[in-house]
Design a binder for this molecule. Structure first.
Ligand code: ATP
Length: 319
């Protein structure tokens, strides 16, 4: 093996650049060449591929987003399109590939693996919704952004004795919501994995108001409903001075936390090591602070299991 391709695909996440840097520098360290593929599988098809060296990958570890850009390209599910992608890899002399992204990106990576190019998947998504890894690249950064926003909201909530319903990202997974709820001492948290009862939330707000705390933060994962919809459901239960806020895409950007930079660097280096051993079709994860691999195929049948202990703590400490 001489040349490794690297792409970011699916939604962007802070820390993707740190992974790109790690793959590039580890490849060079091992006497290999790295090739950046812009715009995910769309760029692969278009041949938007360039030699990326340690200089190009300099000064990117601290940058959010992805210098390789990202694009949605559903056409890659079709075999003739995949075969054209394979032709491009051959044209550039690329022998193996690292794909940073979510579940969809892993499907694309596995197709390349089946067509004879060893492919490694790195979990890059803020939602933390990939099975067999405790953390995904980007989750910690997004979480910290959400918590910072909630700290600010608490100041204004306290000054005006308001209740903020705060919507955070998480389409299928409540990870950002429940971790943020603990870290920001939120009064309640609503996630897709758990049923909720609006009357109970209202009762909780009433009892804390009766005890003298007249402001509150309720964290809501976007997969449940919008903050405005949830506020509308709460309204009939009392005068809580409700405000609905959606933190939105700011969670996707910003400089990655040290945790995400280290995670991405470890995973990127490990991906190159595994490719050098001739392995492919694997998804890299971290479990109990050890790097692990699982067959990508196994991931597709598995479900992300959120750490429900965090949810329990969020609920128990908020009363
Ligand atoms: P996120 O969790 O941020 O949405 P993702 O990787 O799951 O990330 P997708 O948009 O689902 O994001 O997939 C990214 C890209 O992977 C797609 O645009 C497409 O190019 C490729 N892809 C997705 N599904 C498949 C598939 N079944 N076969 C081949 N390629 C796929």
């Amino acid at each position: 093996m001489k040349r490794i391709g690297i792409m970011t695909s699916g939604g962007d996440a802070p820390g993707m650049n740190a992974a790109v840097r790690a793959v590039t520098r580890k490849a060079e360290h091992e006497g290999l060449e790295a090739y950046g593929i812009n715009y995910g599988f769309a760029g692969l098809l278009a041949g938007d591929i360039f030699r990326i060296d340690s200089r190009t990958a300099d000064d990117i570890i601290n940058r959010g987003g992805t210098i390789l850009y990202s694009a949605r390209f559903p056409e890659f599910a079709q075999e003739p399109v995949q075969l054209k992608g394979v032709e491009q890899l051959k044209k550039f002399g690329i022998d193996a590939i690292v794909v940073i992204g979510g579940d969809g990106s892993y499907h694309g990576a596995l197709r390349l693996n089946e067509h004879g190019f060893n492919a490694m998947g790195l979990p890059g998504t803020i939602d933390n919704d990939i099975p067999y890894t405790d953390f995904t690249i980007g989750f910690d950064s997004a979480l910290n952004t959400a918590v910072h926003a909630m700290d600010n909201l608490r100041d204004t909530a306290a000054s005006h004795e308001r209740t903020f319903v705060v919507e955070v990202m998480g389409r299928n997974a409540g990870d950002i919501a429940m971790w943020a709820a603990v870290a920001s001492a939120a009064e309640d948290v609503i996630i897709p994995e758990k049923d909720f009862d609006v009357a109970e939330v209202a009762a909780k707000l009433k009892s804390s108001r009766a005890r003298g705390q007249k402001h509150a933060i309720i964290v809501l994962a976007e997969g449940v409903m919008t903050a405005a919809e949830f506020a509308d459901k709460l309204k009939p239960y009392g005068d809580f001075q409700l405000r609905a806020t959606t933190i939105g895409h700011v969670q996707r950007g910003g400089s990655p936390t040290a945790f995400d930079r280290v995670l991405a660097s470890r995973m990127g280096s490990y991906a190159v090591e595994l490719l050098m051993e001739g392995k492919g079709g694997l998804a890299i994860g971290i479990q109990n602070n050890k790097l692990v691999t699982h067959n990508m195929l196994d991931l597709f049948d598995a479900k992300h299991e959120p750490e429900m202990d965090v949810y329990k703590v969020a609920k128990e400490l908020a009363f």
